[in-house]
Ligand binder design. Structure first.
Ligand code: FES
Ligand code: FES
Length: 224
């Protein structure tokens, strides 16, 4: 039994696949019809495009108005700063993105981790949850300016204690931990040991350096 050679038509007017997409039409007829259909679609599309307003005009009409801004004057680390800010801007974004003090960290940006802690008028404050525009005239201290509150002997005592007690590993949470501890010791200079973990519980540490952080706070407190 010999193999039968498959015949291949080279006649352009004969369908290559009589049962396929072209059905019973010739290849030429099929191509002509396809081209006409394509031209019809393109024509309809062009008609729609000609009648429509330019895309830029519709985008501009749909764009929301720019957010309102307000001028805000703050003292940051003892230096007066005047900023024109979106009224919704957080103190964290003002400090990091507008003033460029990136020692204050953006962790969760929703009040859960404490990485963004700064002092506002001496009080521990989560800067990610604080609307900057509400603090006209406030005194803001970030980690970059903490030395100023340390009695003029270089690093603040809390910064020194964190160094001496290895109160950090990766360091991401550390500026928030230090600012929180500095605020705590200003509020409660005699905070007892058993309250320290609770007082610092708003500052999370993914590296779990808590024993050393607590030791550093105890050392900075001194005394008992
Ligand atoms: S970044 Fe503000 S609490 Fe986490
Ligand atoms: S030292 Fe790494 S998150 Fe606290």
């Amino acid at each position: 039994m010999g193999l039968r050679k498959r015949s291949v038509s080279h006649d352009p007017d004969k369908p290559d696949d009589p049962g396929g997409a072209a059905g019973g039409s010739s290849r030429r007829t099929f191509l002509v019809r396809g081209a006409a259909a394509g031209a019809g679609i393109a024509g309809a599309s062009m008609l729609r495009t000609v009648g429509a307003p330019p895309a830029a005009a519709t985008d501009a009409a749909a764009a929301p108005p720019p957010p309102p801004t307000r001028r805000l004057t703050l003292s940051v680390n003892g230096r007066t700063r005047t900023l024109d800010l979106d009224v919704r801007a957080s103190l964290l974004d003002a400090v990091r993105d507008r003033i460029g003090l990136t020692g204050t960290k953006k962790g969760c940006n929703q009040g859960a981790c404490g990485a963004c802690t700064v002092l506002v008028d001496g009080r521990r404050t989560l800067s990610c949850l604080t609307i900057a525009a509400r603090h006209e005239g406030a005194e803001v201290t970030t980690i970059e300016g903490l030395e100023r509150l340390g009695g003029g002997e270089g690093l603040h005592p809390v910064q020194r204690a964190f160094l001496e007690h290895d109160g950090f590993q990766c360091g991401f949470c550390t500026s928030g931990q230090i600012m929180s501890a500095a605020g705590l010791l200003a509020e409660r200079p005699d905070v007892p040991d058993e309250d320290i973990a609770e007082e610092m519980s708003g500052n999370l540490c993914r590296c779990a350096a808590y024993p050393n952080i607590n030791a550093a706070v105890r050392a900075a407190r001194g005394g008992k």
